[in-house]
Design a protein around this ligand. Structure first.
Ligand code: PEP
Ligand code: MG
Length: 908
């Protein structure tokens, strides 16, 4: 196996290993690729990453084959460059760079100008005709080499440089004369001798092998190890080493250097984009010492800049560069990020790689490139990161606007929100009612805050994780939310709060960035999302290729409409308890919960029935025949209990019982562990009349909407007549899917299914209508997953409630996990927050088992997921593998799920 691959000049580039990133690293493979398609690449060679692995394994010894291969490769570089390494009169100088399979911070930096010593520096001065340039190159080389290869503190050299500048009254490095620099070189060499007890290496071969050794060793540096661990990069990849002839962009006014993108990485516009500097080295462009100039005339004019663009100042080199851009894009079929140098009018390509881009640019480029025929539709679909769409669906903060960041919490629901601070939900509602934009700030939110959350532009909580009440509700509503911001402390009496060290009063304006978790003072300007155009096109393409359906988790008409705009194909989860949070209803709900007996509960339920029915009528109407899964009540009871004296009084008044009695009852209902308490179907088992009322509301609404549709189709004919109305053309029939939560045993489901079936029968008789409907269950307990075979005898569908399934499988509370899960993720115990991205190896097994056992019992069993994971691309890919029929996500995540489902189907 070859240990070294040459590129440039007369090298042959047909060996596939030379262009294989796993062999020659990202940088090396791209250099070979560019040279192979005939681009002007300074000649050089790449030592394989395999050699690095061997060197480290063998305890730091170079193999004889490697020594020989490097010697030969060097001859190739010398011949091509027409210069000799170490020759005094016209020396070859090289750069040495590391280059792993993926770009990896923590690895050895670049060493430039290697090959300079006390003799060759004179040769360089003579051939370049520039004494200052030669000495500056030498002093830069000593500084870099001493730092990255010899391991000396670069501060020592910086200090020496500063002293020379001070002594001479200089401000910039550029003011140093050739004599100053020569003196500085002598000082630098002295520093090395003092620090190391030996001289700076004058032998150029010793310099080269020293640099190669440093690159190899850097693979096992502490920094690199940490980075590898955090990014799941195996230790046995190793790094390649790239040695390449130097070209100089700082050889006078006909030389230049620059960085460029083949398209605009911020907007995606098909226009070359970049910066360059005349008479400069690469590091000058990035270091910000001189202001770089625009590459194109159009960009310069747009910016109103006066310094000439490269297009104007060096038309020939620019034309050549533009041709290279086109060639590279055609070759790589993607936008490229390029480094180039012009040495005395001659263009050289130093690097190309696929360029990073914003979400907006990724979308535009994918659609444009498919339209141009550069890539096909499926490649375009695979090229956009579904999560990046998040940035596009919400108003986002203007990236150019200044930010006064006060603190940070969890990025619980994306989007940007600015508004006046309000500290409770009622204030949020009343201020927003009078036209103010408000941000609701709470320690944590509870169901009673829902109207305030709706009224607010955004929500900030001091406590709570990514699946806390605030986070789930905010995502569902599409409200930006920052949760678990521990730096926020609220003084509710004084109506003030502290964010970090700064104090604010209710009414002061703050801004939240739900995508990063940042909290900012004042208003930061935003930009609005665009749903048509490129976004619409890519979504259309994605829909052609996906197998799974995409539904939404929604219960309000506004959310349903929003989800349909985003392409939802039904409701996967309508949480009926969210419909009870409404200010007017919560009283009846509390009365129901706190009632002493069935009669008391029924009285309260009677008040709730018409409200529920009208909710369902709205949902069925809005969803126009698309499937709707409605989940029966699943409230952790504590969320509904009254807290304040006023609230107790209200409920006591309405129910006609004493406050003390009510308080005693509330105390009886107090639970130590509400999440594992009297919730979900346990409520239906103990108080069947609750589920009975809900089933009645569902079926009455379904009948009403169906009859209305039928009448509409017949032109307002009042007679209904037919027992099973014909579906109306253009509208699917209303087929309610009634879902029972938190089931663990077959018997629970059987009992509750009986309640639903009996209620359906009664309602159908009353209305003279019969409708199809399904009864199914959520799988959210390990026992339910294991017993899925038996449960499927009763269930016509399963919906995986992976929020609770994660909570109960991991034994980690959804509401309390924020305090420690981040540390778990930092330490790599879980790769990602398991409440955000499904723990596939653990919880995933239960999903697979349940799907398999359920389908064995009932092959036509419909399977879906409605936990938060239904909007997470990695979890969606898993759902595709398991063969689920649909995923359900909060409205704003619907497009993400559509794209992720298409990608999962395409990847197979
Ligand atoms: C779940 O547990 O995954 C689920 C969707 O139900 P909820 O979040 O309402 O408990
Ligand atoms: Mg649940």
């Amino acid at each position: 196996m070859k240990t070294v691959y040459t590129f440039g000049g007369g090298a042959t580039h047909d060996d596939a290993r030379a262009r294989d990133k796993t062999v020659t690293g990202g940088k090396g493979a791209n250099l070979a690729e560019m040279a192979g398609i005939g681009l002007p690449v300074p000649p050089g060679f790449t030592i394989t990453a395999e050699e690095c692995v061997r060197y480290l394994r063998d305890g730091g010894d170079f193999s004889p084959e490697l020594r020989e291969a490097v010697t030969e490769a060097l001859v190739h570089v010398e011949r091509t460059a027409g210069k000799t390494f170490g020759e005094a009169s016209d020396p070859l100088l090289v750069s040495v760079r590391s280059g792993a399979r993926v770009s990896m911070p923590g690895m050895m930096d670049t060493v430039l100008n290697l090959g300079l010593n006390d003799e060759t520096v004179a040769g360089l001065a003579a051939t370049s005709g520039d004494e200052r340039f030669a000495w500056d190159s030498y002093r830069r080389f000593i500084q870099m080499y001493s730092d990255v290869v010899l391991g000396l503190d670069h501060g020592l050299f910086e200090e020496a440089l500063e002293i020379v500048k001070e002594d001479n009254g200089y401000f910039n490095d550029t003011e140093l004369t050739a004599e100053n620099l020569q003196a500085l070189v002598a000082q630098y060499k002295q520093i090395v001798a003092d620090e190391l007890g030996r001289d700076f290496p004058q032998d150029v071969h010793e310099q080269l092998w020293g640099a190669i050794r440093a690159v190899f060793d850097s693979w096992d540096s502490d920094r690199a190890k940490v980075y590898r661990r955090l990014n799941d990069i195996p230790a046995d990849w190793g790094t390649a080493v790239n040695v390449q002839a130097m070209v100089f962009g700082n050889m006078g006014e006909t030389s230049a250097t620059g960085v460029a993108f083949t398209r605009d990485p911020a907007t995606g516009e098909k226009a070359y984009y970049g910066e360059w500097l005349v008479n400069a080295q690469g590091e000058d462009v990035v270091a910000g010492i001189r202001t770089p100039q625009y590459l194109t005339r159009a960009a310069r004019e747009r910016a109103g800049a006066s310094a000439p663009s490269m297009e104007e100042a060096m038309p020939e080199a620019y034309a050549e560069l533009a041709a290279v851009f086109d060639l590279l894009e055609k070759h790589y079929k993607d936008m490229q990020d390029i480094e180039f140098t012009v040495e005395r009018g001659k263009l050289w390509m130093l690097q190309t790689r696929t360029g990073k881009r914003t979400a907006k640019a990724a979308l535009k480029m994918a659609v444009d490139m498919a339209d141009e025929g550069l890539i096909d539709e499926t490649t375009a679909i695979l090229r956009v990161d579904p999560m990046a769409l998040d940035q596009l669906l919400h108003p986002t903060l203007d990236p150019d606007a200044p930010r006064d960041v006060l603190g940070k919490g969890l990025p619980a629901s994306p989007g940007a929100a600015s508004g006046k601070i309000v500290l409770d939900a009622d204030t949020a509602e009343s201020w927003s009612g009078r036209g103010d934009k408000v941000v609701l700030v709470r320690v944590e939110t509870s169901p009673e805050d829902i109207h305030g959350m709706h009224a607010a532009q955004g929500i900030l909580t001091a406590r709570g994780g990514m699946t806390s009440h605030a986070a789930v509700v905010a995502r569902g509503m599409g409200r930006p939310c920052v949760s678990g911001a521990s730096g926020v402390s609220i003084d509710i009496k004084a109506r003030t709060l502290k964010i970090g060290a700064r104090e604010f009063a209710e009414g002061d304006v703050i801004t939240l960035d739900g995508a990063t978790g940042e909290i900012m003072a004042g208003e930061v300007p935003t930009i609005q999302p665009e749903l048509a155009g490129d976004f619409g096109t890519l979504m259309e393409w994605a829909d052609k290729y996906r197998r799974m359906k995409v539904r939404t988790n929604a219960e309000t008409p506004a959310d349903c409409r929003m989800a349909r705009r985003f392409g939802a194909e039904g409701i996967g989860l309508a949480r009926t308890e969210h419909m009870f949070f409404d200010g007017a209803r919560i009283g009846a709900v509390r009365q129901m919960i706190l009632a002493d007996d069935e009669a008391g509960r029924r009285k309260a339920l009677e008040r709730l029935l018409p409200e529920q029915r009208s909710d369902f009528v709205e949902i069925f109407t809005t969803m126009a025949g698309l499937p709707c899964t409605i989940r029966l009540l699943d409230p952790p009871l504590h969320e509904f209990l009254p807290h304040s004296d006023e609230e107790f009084e209200e409920v006591a008044d309405a129910a006609g019982i004493g406050v003390d009695h009510l308080k005693r009852r509330a105390a009886e209902l107090h639970e130590f562990n509400p999440m594992l308490g009297h919730r979900g179907c346990r409520l239906g088992i103990t108080y069947p009349e609750i589920y009975e009322m809900q089933a009645r509301a569902i079926f009455e609404a379904a009948c009403e909407v169906t009859l209305r549709q039928a009448q509409g189709a017949r032109g307002g004919d009042e007679e209904s007549g037919s027992a099973r109305p014909e579906p109306v053309e253009g509208l699917g029939a209303v087929v309610p899917e009634v879902m029972i939560p938190l089931v663990g045993t077959r018997k629970e489901l059987a009992l509750l299914k009986q309640v639903v079936d009996e209620t359906a029968r009664t309602v159908f008789e009353e209305k003279g209508v019969t409708l199809d409907y399904l009864v199914g269950t959520m799988i959210e307990l390990p026992r339910a997953a294991l017993m899925a075979g038996a449960i499927a005898e009763e269930a016509m569908f399963f919906s995986f409630g992976t929020n609770d399934l994660t909570q109960t499988t991991l034994g980690v509370s959804r509401d309390d996990s924020a305090n420690f899960l981040a540390v778990y993720v930092d330490k790599g115990i879980y790769a990602r927050d398991p409440f955000v991205s499904l723990d596939i190896e653990g919880v995933g097994q239960l999903v697979e088992i349940a799907a398999e056992r359920g389908r064995a019992t009932r092959p036509e069993l419909k399977l879906g997921i409605c936990g938060e994971h239904g909007g997470d691309p990695a979890s969606i890919a898993f759902c595709e593998k398991v063969g689920l029929d649909y995923v359900s996500a909060s409205p704003y995540r619907v497009p993400i799920a559509r794209l992720a489902a298409a990608q999962a189907a395409l990847r197979g």
